[in-house]
Design a protein around this ligand. Structure first.
Ligand SMILES: [Zn+2]
Length: 586
């Protein structure tokens, strides 16, 4: 960033902006019509032609350019054309130009709603971000002003910079503008300070919300924040807002906020029900948002290209969500780190994908890919990355006689200036352990060699024992249902996803992305229909599956059977380094 621009940013991010930025947004919600939201962009132009674009989120490209209605430009002599699905070009006399449009998404098809998707209800909603604001191409680094025109009595919670006017906010650049969600309406709010930094917890309830222990809920969030800041030493933000929403699922990290689906009925039975997810998303504020993959762009309307280090961005985030909650003294589902690792290793053993696809290959299809991207294999970059991170932690602890750990790698990468790629992570590990991990990265990150768990657990005095037995569920032999259906967007019908070539479905010749035509002669058109049929199958049944492929029809006869499942247990007595690891010590 150049000095004059830095100065400009400093002026506008001050709580009392001295001058107004040249681009001003107004987002309007009308309580009489909650079918969408209107946006006005006023800008002072210095050329006849400019372009506005709707950004694509790198993880979840919801393509809201599809829902733009009533695009209009003033003065009346101005004209516009759509030059790309997400880009509008405006030709207007230089000076003040006003662009108006409305976003009207179709009524939610699925309930509950994903927490990062915008919505409007009589008592509030989620607006802003890539679902509302177009950004000015070529002016991505310019600060902009955002004014919210909302129904009476609605409050606002967002990570955008505040001004003296409670309805007016500043985004220091286009990336911030399209990143920051805005929760509006009637909600509850708590505040606390950790690391000298203000944090807010917002809870937006449905009208029929179940009561829950809010003190325990907020306290556990604060504990999570405290442990995360203790690990990194400082924050990449100046203030932070948790946006918890009733009636929603899932979560999405942002630069200084997070949207989290938090059904009150779940919190009613356990105020810590969302804690693991909260810790995960909060950790992403560092590991993904601040420590960004090298393939990430600041803001772009084009779909994110594949990212090869999600094994690190997601896997180490899984690793630390578990570890930091243990450090905070929280009771977790896996009672110990041993139990947690046993569960991960069992999943690893039961999925042939991990010895077929490298961590980088799995990373590259983790975001923005349709199901079946790796054929009849369904690996998780989260699980593969968490296990790689765990083994690296053991290597570092062993090489440094327990003096250093993965914590030091995270701090080194956070305080460094490099974008995250495989070599950068490898070098950071080597700097911390003063050991050679190139063979490890070559084998498990860049290639798909099976992880020899005993070799690394042996460093802390432990080893594994693997038993294989017929899979059992609720005391009954488990049917092999390692298959599911997927309904492609904008397509009719359902496609099969075979999750293991060793399943009865894979062995019968079926493949992922086969279009399902019929089962036992009856047409099947949706995943819901397919699921009902799958769940009604009994051990020993034979089902005839007819599918359509690009090279013609295919039919398979599948006999429903049980399957074998590996269970990994950890044995032995941990040495001193192992004791420290087991205790979750830094
Ligand atoms: Zn994540």
């Amino acid at each position: 960033m150049t000095t004059p621009l830095a100065l400009l940013v400093a002026l506008f991010t001050h709580p009392h902006p001295v001058v107004k930025p040249a681009v001003q947004y107004t987002l309007r919600v009308d309580s009489a019509d909650l079918s969408g939201w209107s946006v006005e962009i006023r800008l002072r132009t210095v050329s006849d032609t400019f372009r506005l674009a709707m950004a694509a989120h790198p993880e979840y490209d919801d393509r809201y350019w599809r829902y733009v209605r009533d695009f209009a430009v003033e003065p009346s002599s101005a004209t516009f054309t759509k030059v790309d699905s997400a880009v509008w070009q405006v030709v207007a006399p230089r000076g003040v130009v006003s662009v108006r449009y409305r976003i009207a998404p179709p009524p939610a098809e699925r309930s509950p709603r994903a927490a990062w998707r915008p919505f409007l209800a009589p008592t509030g909603g989620l607006v802003g971000g890539p679902h509302a604001f177009m950004y000015l191409l070529g002016a991505e680094r310019m600060p902009v002003m955002v004014t919210l025109d909302l129904p009476a009595g609605w409050a606002i919670a967002t990570g955008l910079g505040r001004t003296v006017d409670p309805h007016r906010f500043v985004a220091e650049n286009a990336a911030t503008l399209v990143d920051d969600p805005i929760l509006v309406g009637r909600f509850r709010e708590w505040r606390f300070v950790e690391g000298g930094i203000p944090h807010r917890v917002i809870y937006w309830p449905l009208p029929d919300a179940v009561a829950f222990d809010t003190a325990a809920f907020v306290s556990s969030v604060q504990q999570t924040v405290r442990q995360t800041i203790a690990l990194f030493g400082h924050t990449p933000y100046r203030d932070y807002t948790f946006l918890f929403q009733d009636g929603a699922y899932g979560a999405l990290e942002h630069r200084n906020s997070v949207t989290i689906g938090a059904p009150s009925k779940d919190l009613g039975s356990d105020p810590h029900a969302l804690l693991m997810e909260t810790a995960h998303e909060f950790f992403h504020t560092w590991n993904l948002m601040a420590m960004r993959p090298s393939e990430y762009r600041d803001v772009d309307y084009r779909t994110q290209s594949p990212v090869s280090t999600l094994w690190f961005s997601e896997g180490l985030t899984m690793f630390y969500a578990d570890l930091l909650l243990r450090r905070a003294g929280m009771q977790l589902h896996d009672s110990t780190r041993i139990a947690h690792l046993e569960r991960l290793m069992s999943s690893y053993q039961n999925n042939p994908a991990y010895t077929r696809f490298s961590a980088e290959q799995v990373s590259r299809v983790a975001y923005n890919s349709e199901p079946g991207a790796l054929g009849d294999y369904s690996p998780s970059t989260h699980l593969q990355g968490e296990l790689i991170g765990t083994m690296l932690d053991l290597i570092i602890r062993n090489a440094t006689h327990g003096r250093r750990s993965m914590d030091d790698v995270m701090r080194l990468l956070f305080n460094g200036t490099s974008a995250i790629d495989g070599r950068v992570v490898e070098q950071a590990v080597e700097t911390v352990c003063t050991c050679d991990v190139t063979p490890f990265f070559e084998a498990h990150v860049r290639n798909a060699a099976a992880i020899d768990f005993d070799r690394f657990l042996g460093l802390i005095g432990l080893k594994t024992s693997v038993t294989r037995a017929p899979a059992v569920s609720n005391g009954e032999p488990e049917r092999d249902l390692r298959i599911y259906g997927w309904e492609p967007d904008g397509d009719s019908g359902v496609k099969l996803i075979v999750t293991s070539p060793a399943s009865v479905w894979g062995r019968a010749g079926l493949h992922s992305r086969d279009r399902l035509v019929a089962m036992n002669g009856a047409p099947v058109r949706t995943w819901s229909e397919l699921r009902t049929k799958l769940l009604s199958l009994r051990m020993g049944d034979t089902v005839r599956v007819e599918v359509q492929r690009s090279d013609g029809p295919f039919a398979a006869s599948v006999r429903v059977a049980g399957f074998e499942r590996a269970t990994v247990r950890i044995e032995g007595t941990p040495n001193a380094i192992g004791q420290a690891w087991l205790g979750g010590n830094p």
